[in-house]
Ligand binder design. Structure first.
Ligand code: 7TS
Length: 412
């Protein structure tokens, strides 16, 4: 049996930071194994958001009054916190967006048409979330670019041996996920970026599943762009970020037009600010950005290295224990495995299994996880996914195994 990892962090005490974990669901204590979809929020983040509305609420960058100055200072401080969190050289490399999806669409709609031509190739992988697939389909239809895909092996890893034939000079962008949201596979991001860079291709890393779970440093990764969502890393919904190397961002045209992104406007024409303001038209999610800064503080207080070890410990323990459930098959057995496990049970449709588990207070996700091509690759229409985070425990996994065993009996 997988041995518990010794850690400085008191993981059980830390659960007290998350008020929602006291909820009961269908008469049972909540077991929240759906953090890959959205994480829960610690009280410190909720307090900061409430404090903002009670003491600082005003629009940013425009009011010449005290509250606007407070809001602006706090908003910009969060941008610096995010920059430090991912090892960016400057806060000007951080654009606040609604999340990963908007960050990727921003690149596809601004960088794409400016730097890609008909016949160019965008290299993706078979394991991308629809958010890192559909924007590129839309772009390639618009400009006549081609999409190409790195296949996924049976164990859920990328077929790197195919890389040299895929990474030809026509490839102008390689966009791929750091961690698979369905399989939990961790991709060797720095190595992949270095390979793409060698042939002069730009790189975009989808860090939605890694950002709150392991150290992520854009300079070590060597990417041009990195996209992530706040809500998967203890921050509120509606906020996320796009990192872009400053010289790359500076060469890009605006995304949306509107207030605060201009230098001057006549009836016919406008000139635009430098990044990041060029890409932040309109009133942003101020409370969201401030909450994201607080989430960074919270995660930094624990350390993403520690969180990663905890996730891996839970995952290894769960993989071991799930072998006891009859008829259960795990998809993806990569050695480098983050805290998400997808599985199928021959006798039960993923939706039925997930609904069954909910009756016992166990929250998982059932379906295609916005990974339809990947599900097809594994010959299934969907799976059930248990995903773990810093507030989960081995005891909850024991309970999950009991519930899955009940399900195996119920559905057989
Ligand atoms: N990329 C990856 C790898 C993701 O896991 C997700 C969300 C996204 C992009 C999109 O993020 P958003 O915040 O813009 O929606 N993944 C999931 C999931 O696995 N279950 O629900 C959402």
């Amino acid at each position: 049996m997988h041995k518990a990892v010794k850690s400085q962090v008191d993981w059980t005490a830390l659960r007290e930071d998350f008020p929602i974990l006291r909820e009961r669901v269908n008469g049972h204590p909540l077991i929240y194994f759906d953090s890959a979809a959205s994480s829960q929020k610690p009280a410190s983040v909720l307090d900061v958001v409430r404090n903002y509305y009670e003491h600082e609420n005003a629009n940013v960058h425009r009011g010449l009054h005290a509250l606007s100055a407070r809001a602006t200072e706090h908003y910009e401080k969060s941008r610096q916190r995010v920059a430090d969190f991912i090892g960016a050289k400057s806060a000007d490399e951080i654009i606040f967006t609604r999340g990963t999806t908007e960050s990727i669409n921003l690149v596809a709609q601004t960088w794409g048409p400016k730097f890609l031509r008909a016949g160019d190739v965008i290299l993706l992988t078979e394991m991308e979330h629809h958010s890192n697939l559909v924007p590129w389909q839309l772009l390639s239809e618009r400009i006549g670019a081609q999409l190409r895909f790195v296949p996924v092996r049976d164990d859920g890893t990328l077929a790197l041996e195919k890389f040299s034939s895929l990474l030809t000079p026509e490839v102008k962008l390689f966009a791929f996920t750091h961690v698979s949201n369905s399989l939990g596979t961790i991709n060797p991001v720095a190595e992949l970026c270095a390979k793409a860079k060698n042939i002069g291709a730009a790189t975009l890393v989808d860090a939605a599943q890694s950002i709150g779970h392991m150290p992520v440093n854009v300079q070590e990764i060597g990417c041009d762009f990195l996209a992530f969502s706040g809500h998967k890393m203890c921050a509120p919904t509606g906020i996320g970020a796009l990192y872009g190397r400053f010289d790359v961002l500076d060469a890009m045209p605006p995304y949306q037009g509107g207030g605060e992104m201009i230098v001057s406007v006549t009836l016919e024409k406008s000139t635009f600010k430098k990044p990041p303001q060029r890409f932040e038209a309109g009133t942003p999610s101020i409370a969201g950005a401030i909450g994201l800064g607080a989430a960074v503080d919270y995660l930094e207080g624990i350390g993403r290295g520690e969180i990663f070890k905890h996730d891996v410990d839970l995952t290894q323990y769960a993989l071991e224990r799930m072998k006891e459930v009859p008829g259960l098959r795990v998809l993806g057995t990569a050695k480098e495995h983050a805290g998400a496990i997808s599985f199928v049970m021959d006798a039960a449709h993923p939706h039925d299994l997930t609904t069954f588990a909910d009756r016992y207070g166990l929250a998982m996700r059932g379906g295609h996880h916005c990974n339809q091509p990947l599900m097809r690759r594994f010959g299934v229409t969907g799976s059930t996914r248990a995903s773990f985070y810093l507030y989960n425990t081995r005891e909850e996994i024991d309970r999950m195994v009991e519930i899955l065993q009940k399900a195996a009996n119920f559905f057989k």
